[in-house]
Each structure stands twice: as structure tokens, then as C-alpha cells.
Design a protein around this ligand. Structure first.
Ligand SMILES: [Zn+2]
Length: 260
């Protein structure tokens, strides 16, 4: 199976609609192809995002009432031009059309909210996919580090002139997290700083860029293909941390980094 076949089969595979032989062929391709694994991960993430109960909005009683009044007013103007009898107008207005029109407006409102939410979360998902792909790429020979050094006073100045911001480069060696270097990378079309730390044989990629939005330093977790992805928005800097280190230790690392 090649990537084109895999892309065609993937939705049916995720829906459990393939027979055993076909499923095994897709699975085999997934183990061999990082690109298609990413596709699969993205589709799974989108599916679970769409199941989020927060996507459902319930209109307030006041909102429904205002819609009903507006619809009634419009129907009254319409009825005035078409009907003369008050009895008929009353029947036409309240009992038949207003609830249906109000329901339609609610459906549109809910649909818009749902779309906005899924756009926002799919942008996060896009960044998660990009940093994960970059992490996997960095594990290939000679891709991990542009400036190999455990000294923050070497790594930090290296970014000068290469980026239009100066990334924080904390020394966490006393806590058992060894800086091994940094590199320049691209995420979401922007050049970003990457710091590489290690514990035992595990590489930790820290992607950094300026945070122009609001700060929210709660650490969020994304689990992807055996890798851990953590991210938060500091007051000045957005952080994405990717590693194959276990979740508990990586959280410990993220808290140490956030505290610096
Ligand atoms: Zn493939």
C-alpha cells in the first residue's frame, strides 16, 4: 500500500468498515509512514474535538423570546398585506410559524458557534501536528541541533540576528534537565526557536515564539503516536514541548521550565 491508497482507505479504516486483510494493510503502512500516521492522528483529533460537549450552545430564554417577538412582528406585517381577519392572523402568527422560525434561527446560531470552535481547535491541532512533525524530523541524523552547547550563554546569543525575538534559555541542569543545544525551525509559517534538552536518552524539543495573545499558563496535554505534547501561553512566550519521555516526567520538566 502506498500513501495515496492509505489516504483513500483511512476514513473507512477509522470507521471500522474495512475487512481484516485491508485493515492490516493500512496498519502496516501506518507503522512505516510518519506522514500517514500524522494524517491518522489529525483525523482522530478532529473526531474527538467534534464530540466535545462544549460545542453545544443552548439559547437563553431571553434570546428565544426576542427571536419570537421579531418573527411575530415580521409575520404580522406579512399577514396585514395578505389577510384581513384577526382570527386567521392570530392562528398564522403564533401557533404555526414563530416556533419553526425561532428553531431555525437557533440552528443557525448553534452551527456558527460550532464552526468557530472547531476552527479554533483545528488551528491548535495544526500547530500540534507541525511541532510533532518537526520533532520527528529532528530525530533524524544531524537534524536535532544547529548550535550544540550546554551553555545558555552560547545558545541564547546564537538566535540573535536569526529571529526577531530573543527566546528565554533557562539553565535547568540542577534539576536534572540538560540543555544540549538549539536550532531554528518553522511552525505555522513562522520561524521559531527550538531548545533541546535531554534526560537519559530522551530528547525534549521546546518550541518557542512570542505570545501576542492573552496569557494562560495552564499546561495543556496532547497525546500523539506515543509522543507527549504539552503547551501553554506565558506572558511573553508561547511554549510547545514535545518528547517521547513519559507523561509524568515531561510534566515535571514543563513546570520547571514554566517556573523559570
Ligand atoms: Zn504514507
Amino acid at each position: 500500500m502506498n500513501c495515496d491508497d492509505s489516504r483513500i482507505y483511512l476514513p473507512a479504516y477509522l470507521d471500522d468498515e474495512l475487512d481484516v486483510a485491508e485493515s492490516l494493510r493500512v496498519q502496516k503502512h501506518m507503522t512505516e509512514c510518519a506522514d500517514c500516521r500524522l494524517d491518522q492522528e489529525e483525523q482522530l483529533a478532529l473526531r474527538s474535538a467534534l464530540r466535545d460537549p462544549e460545542l453545544y450552545a443552548h439559547p437563553s430564554a431571553d434570546f428565544s423570546r426576542r427571536i419570537e417577538i421579531a418573527v411575530r412582528r415580521a409575520a404580522r406585517a406579512e399577514a396585514r398585506s395578505q389577510h384581513s381577519g384577526w382570527f386567521e392572523f392570530f392562528r398564522f402568527d403564533s401557533f404555526r410559524w414563530a416556533p419553526a422560525a425561532a428553531a431555525l434561527v437557533c440552528v443557525i446560531a448553534v452551527g456558527t458557534l460550532l464552526l468557530l470552535n472547531s476552527l479554533r481547535s483545528s488551528h491548535q491541532q495544526l500547530i500540534a501536528s507541525a511541532v510533532l512533525a518537526s520533532h520527528i524530523r529532528s530525530l533524524q541524523p544531524n537534524h536535532l541541533i544547529d548550535v550544540p552547547s550546554s551553555d545558555r550563554h552560547t545558545v541564547k546569543p546564537w538566535f540573535q540576528g536569526r529571529l526577531d525575538f530573543s527566546p528565554p534559555v533557562p539553565d535547568l541542569s540542577e534539576l536534572g534537565w540538560n540543555l544540549v543545544g538549539g536550532r531554528l525551525d518553522y511552525v505555522d509559517g513562522k520561524p521559531v526557536a527550538v531548545l533541546v534538552y535531554q534526560r537519559r536518552m530522551h530528547n525534549i524539543n521546546v518550541f518557542l515564539w512570542p505570545n501576542h495573545g492573552s496569557a494562560d499558563d495552564a499546561i495543556r496535554e496532547e497525546d500523539a503516536q506515543g509522543y507527549q505534547i504539552l503547551h501553554w501561553n506565558g506572558a511573553e512566550t508561547t511554549y510547545w514541548v514535545v518528547s517521547d519521555l513519559n507523561n509524568a516526567e515531561l510534566l515535571e520538566f514543563a513546570r520547571a521550565l514554566r517556573g523559570h
